[in-house]
Design a protein around this ligand. Structure first.
Ligand SMILES: *Cc1c(COP(=O)(O)O)cnc(C)c1O
Length: 235
């Protein structure tokens, strides 16, 4: 199957899952995760109407999307992988949103680097909701501390938009669903505790579990394999 056919199939099943859940299909955005795939694959997706991409390694993302954009293509990029402080400068240059904000020091560095280049980026707070994932804020108090810093105006160049999580990699649908609903409930509590922030985004769901994520309220799904095929990690 071609990238184009895959995108059409994924879009149709996103729409179907949304409708089934009584939601508007337009309320779920698709991030096409192009990590480990070349710029040519990104361009195939662009030709199929896809404009939003996700990458988890900053250097790979920068090289690939500089190439894509040099060709005049206007592709939007989210960074979705855990981010080291020394990669933040390049990350905020190349992306419009960092979905993997998982500690205060990272927000401090994002603010510093964004201020330098006069750019504002969006951020999602990554939350650890399932036993198997390693990254993300671990407790509600840590999340609250991060959001308090945002609400106090400490980060004029970083705009929090909501939350991101990865469900455990398991066939147990109950565990996956629990992870997603945990994120939604956290979002609901934080949105009411911090009315000055707009925290509507829930980035959750990957190739294997996006149907469940949409039922649980995902506004962003991050899909790689179902669009671009298996990744070759030996490269
Ligand atoms: C790789 C990755 C995805 C996409 O995973 P697939 O199973 O290939 O759809 C989604 N989110 C994150 C954070 C990733 O690292």
């Amino acid at each position: 199957m071609s990238v184009k056919e895959n995108i059409e199939r994924v879009r149709a099943s996103i729409a179907e899952a949304a409708s089934k859940a009584g939601r508007n299909p337009g309320d779920v955005r698709l991030v096409a995760v192009s990590k480990f795939h070349p710029a040519s694959a990104v361009l195939e997706a662009v030709a199929a109407g896809q404009t939003l991409f996700g990458e988890n390694r900053v250097q790979e993302a920068a090289a690939k999307f500089d190439e894509v954009r040099a060709g005049g293509v206007d592709a939007d990029l989210h960074i979705i992988g855990s981010l080291q402080r020394n990669k933040v400068k390049e990350a905020v240059r190349v992306a419009s949103c960092i979905e993997s904000l998982d500690r205060i020091e990272l927000a401090d560095e994002m603010e510093k680097q964004c201020a330098k280049i006069g750019k504002t980026v969006d951020a999602l707070l990554e939350v650890h909701t399932g036993e198997e994932s390693k990254s993300g804020f671990r407790s509600e108090d840590e999340v609250r501390g991060m959001l308090s810093a945002f609400a106090s105006g400490r980060y004029p160049h970083v705009v929090p938009r909501g939350f991101m999580t990865m469900a455990p990699n398991t066939d147990d649908e109950g565990l996956v669903r629990a992870s997603f609903s945990c994120l939604r409930l956290l979002r609901d509590r934080m949105a009411s505790e911090f009315p000055s922030l707009s925290l509507e985004e829930l980035s959750m769901g990957m190739s294997g579990d996006y149907g469940i994520a949409i039922e649980e309220g995902a506004t962003i799904v991050r899909i790689g394999t179902a669009i671009f095929g298996e990744r070759d990690y030996s490269k």
